[in-house]
Design a protein around this ligand. Sequence first.
Ligand SMILES: [Zn+2]
Ligand SMILES: [Zn+2]
Length: 282
Amino acid sequence: MRWNKAFAPLVDLVFPPRCPLCGAALAQHGGLCLACWQGLAIPGGPGCALCQRPLPDRTAEQGGDAALALADAALGNWICAPCMAEPPRHAGVAAATLYNDISRQIVLGFKHGRRIALADLMVRLMVPRLPRLDGEWLVVPVPLHRWRLWRRGFNQSALLARGIARAIGQPLLVDGLLRPRATPPLGHLGRKRRAALLQGTIRANPALASRLRGARVLLVDDVLTSGATTDACLIALRKAGVKTARIACFARVIDDTHAIATHHDHADAERETGPKTLAPEA
Ligand SMILES: [Zn+2]
Ligand SMILES: [Zn+2]
């Protein structure tokens, strides 16, 4: 980003730095104002040993089993209910933020307002959350169907994947996964049916078969909701012989009751007029 530095004074004059979310004046480009920063929910503290889902807040206030869960989590032994019901196909999730109003605004600004500059900010928040990745890890974005790609002009996950690959010095496999078919409307389907339908829509790129076989993959998504889309990706990667996969996402939706109630996966948000939390601002 040397270019940025060289031209910064000029850019500052033409476009005085403003918070991309609320418009407040900033000292320099490329960040958020203090209020917006403080509104971000950064996952912290003990979480699920398998998927890093944070321990629910209320657990701390309950006695008995909840206290045990807290102790387990502190030791890295706590397994969350979704993982208990179905062990994840990935080796861990690194989330920059928990999905809330502020991260939602960032994602929507990025996705629909085409503020591609927000990608830098998101990458800067995502990279420190990643665990140490020894050896080679292929950075692969969750794919977008070409119609949507054409309409939006870019794959938001691919932009994030590119930034992350650069930041951690790992190879980017931007088309490691393909989405040859558009996702059918999933609105009223249960989790199992949705998973089955999604599975047929995502596959590993046959042209990159030799690259993927035996590889380790960092799968990049902007918002991780029910996991149906990432699951379809993980299944396709596993079929292609990928040894292990981790997920990196910008915002993770933790409120399961909400995610289940809306039968919603962010990838399909555009298709439906659906829930307000994911719909573009009117
Ligand atoms: Zn702000
Ligand atoms: Zn878990």
